[in-house]
Design a binder for this molecule. Structure first.
Ligand code: XIL
Length: 380
């Protein structure tokens, strides 16, 4: 080989190297590690998850790393509920909620307050007088006002919106006969919204409930919204909790639910999304399963079969297609938990089952459902 040939060969080698370098720098891969949910849905809706205080016991927490990477909004799973935050008449326990709010603030996330007025996770003393009999209307309203002022007031700078009233309806669309309802009467809902608005005029205010995809209950919620609107009381959105099953609701049902609420001039939020893959019919809450029941009601204790993994991915795809299509009305989609490991569905309605309701598996790896979800929008 003469000198000229060697030179040409070297030039060719260098150019190839250059081209390779350029290619590798300009290549925008769509390998799963590159994809983040918040980037993918940035033109559609906010995307978030519930987090809880237990995640903060470990500095290199897997779930928190996922939250930072994928989500732009968070909700406290339990820490802002009446019981945890206001356990006794003169005792507030803000620390766990503060940890969550600080995390959200530090990471530029929108923080959702959950929840001010609910029948669950509310201590008995709230509804009782000194003698242990039911409190009267005035006392309960006074407590409600004081609680809302204190909690909403504390997070005024940080919380973007509040689930003011949670689960006020029965399946038939009538108001649930909770202690709030029995003692105060049906205007407890309006009062709660008024107090919340007074405490933070800037905050968004939501009515949050499950099964609103079913007609009777949806009609009940529409009544609540219209009633508030007719009195000039601020309500910004309805929260569909989104605790879905593999066979409920249908995409069409979900689609018409979103459209009916949007027609009222409010936003729609999916506030507690998860999909239960375990059998749920004929099962009562809070039972401990015996061996025979384990087989039947806890079928995937050794792992999720591929076929179910695929159906779950398809199910997530079907639902996200509806959210994406309604992106002008759907403002936020929040998952109820981060990985399958920390989902409440492992212990509700039955303790000790292994469920697979979220997009990240027990090791924090994106599941097939994750891929299916991100594919519902075009890559820019
Ligand atoms: C659940 C939490 O995830 C559990 O940790 C807790 O033990 C019970 O409450 N609807 C709601 C949520 O509005 O607050 C509930 O969260 C799930 C159902």
């Amino acid at each position: 080989m003469n000198m000229l040939n060697i030179k040409i060969l070297n030039i060719a080698r260098i150019s190839w190297l250059g081209i390779l370098i350029i290619i590798s720098f300009s290549y925008k891969g769509n390998a799963p590690e590159d994809i983040t949910l918040k980037e993918r849905f940035k033109d559609h809706f906010l995307i978030g998850s519930a987090i809880n205080r237990h995640l903060f016991s470990d500095e290199d927490n897997l779930e928190l790393a996922i939250v930072k990477k994928h989500f732009n909004t968070i909700t406290a799973e339990n820490e802002m509920k009446w019981g945890p935050i206001h356990p006794k008449p003169d005792e507030y326990n803000f620390e766990p909620a503060d940890i969550i709010a600080d995390f959200g603030k530090k990471n530029n996330m929108l923080i959702i307050g959950h929840t001010l007025i609910w029948h669950n996770q509310t201590p008995k003393w709230v509804f009782e007088n000194k003698e242990g009999n039911p409190a009267d209307r005035e006392t309960l309203l006074k407590r409600m006002k004081e609680h809302i002022q204190k909690v909403v007031g504390r997070y005024k700078e940080n919380v973007h919106g509040w689930d003011v009233v949670n689960e006020a309806l029965d399946e038939d669309g009538k108001l649930r006969q909770s202690s709030w309802m029995k003692i105060v009467g049906e205007d407890y809902i309006a009062k709660a919204f008024q107090f919340a608005h007074e405490a933070d005029p800037e905050a968004e205010l939501y009515y949050n409930d499950f099964s609103l995809e079913n007609k009777p209950k949806r009609e009940g919620a529409i009544k609540i919204v219209k009633n508030l609107q007719s009195q000039g009381i601020k309500i910004d959105a309805v929260g569909l909790q989104g605790h879905y099953k593999m066979d409920w609701p249908t995409p069409a049902q979900l689609d018409s639910t979103i459209k009916e609420f949007a027609a009222l001039g409010i936003k729609v939020m999916i506030t507690e999304l998860d999909i239960d893959v375990l059998p749920y019919k004929d099962i009562s809450a809070e039972v401990t399963l015996n061996m025979e029941m384990q087989e039947k009601y806890n079928p995937y204790k050794d792992g999720l079969p591929d076929s179910v993994q695929v159906s779950l991915a398809q199910r997530y795809k079907d639902l996200f297609e509806v959210f994406v299509e309604n992106k002008n009305s759907v403002d936020r989609v929040t998952f109820w938990g981060v990985t399958d490991k920390d989902s409440w569905l492992n212990y509700w309605p039955v303790r000790g089952r292994k469920n697979y309701p979220l997009l990240f598996d027990r090791n924090g790896k994106p599941k097939q459902a994750f891929d299916a979800v991100v594919k519902t929008v075009e890559i820019n």
